[in-house]
Ligand binder design. Structure first.
Ligand SMILES: C[S@@+](CC[C@H](N)C(=O)[O-])C[C@H]1O[C@@H](n2cnc3c(N)ncnc32)[C@H](O)[C@@H]1O
Length: 203
């Protein structure tokens, strides 16, 4: 595998030295996209939030700043991501930040736990996305929101050839899947050139 392909394949499940490098890089370079995506949500104080595919944990920090007295949970399939996310959030770990290894396919949380679930640059890699959306709906409180934040919005994107296991959906396709999964009032927010945030509410 070429070095670039191997580097980008570490987006799907960061591992080893290259994975650690990608996690540092993503913590920084996903900042503008994530901050814009989160600006589409109104954050009351005291929320309980989950970031699925939390990577190096920078989104957990961003979520904490948005809602005073909040608690955030991070979940990632990669052990390397979990280690990095715990390190990034070490000051509040076990107090307001909880990070676990696991998959979007089978969320290790009880029903109706969260006010907000976020997924930044990760739904491309989730197997059985419709099944994962049902899982997200299960762990959301009634009226809770799910925000999908992506910047690859073209099904023929070159990234899907470069990054192993990556599948892109258009914002309209993601909205249709959220509607199908029973989310309501789903809205698509766009920022040029390709940033998209799709937010659905659990009725
Ligand atoms: C491109 S990275 C994005 C990381 C982070 N959200 C960010 O914006 O920097 C994708 C992350 O999703 C995780 N991931 C992939 N498939 C997953 C799954 N089925 N369940 C949970 N996490 C998953 C990967 O391990 C990786 O850390």
């Amino acid at each position: 595998m070429g070095i670039l392909k191997s580097l980008f394949t570490n987006c799907a499940c960061p591992q080893g030295q290259m994975g650690r490098f990608m996690l540092k890089f993503m913590n920084l370079c996903h900042g503008p996209l994530t901050n814009w995506g989160l600006s589409q949500v109104n954050f009351p104080d005291g929320w309980t939030m989950l970031d699925i595919g939390c990577g190096g944990g920078a989104t957990l920090q961003r979520l904490l700043k948005k809602s005073n007295d909040s608690v955030v949970y991070g979940l990632d399939i990669s052990e390397e991501s979990v280690t990095k996310a715990r390190k990034t959030n070490k000051d509040l770990l076990g107090k307001r930040v909880f990070v676990e290894q696991g998959s979007a396919t089978n969320l290790p949380y009880e029903n109706e736990k969260f006010d907000l679930v976020t997924a930044v640059e990760t739904v491309y890699f989730w197997p059985n996305l419709p099944g994962c959306l049902q899982e997200v709906r299960r762990v959301l409180k009634k009226g809770g929101q799910f925000a999908i934040i992506v910047e690859v919005v073209d099904t023929n994107s070159k990234w899907t050839n470069v990054v192993e296991g990556m599948k892109a959906n258009t914002p309209a396709q993601l909205k249709a899947m959220l509607d199908e999964a029973g989310f309501v009032q789903t809205k698509i927010h766009r920022k040029k050139p390709s940033n998209a945030t799709i937010i659905g509410i659990k009725a």
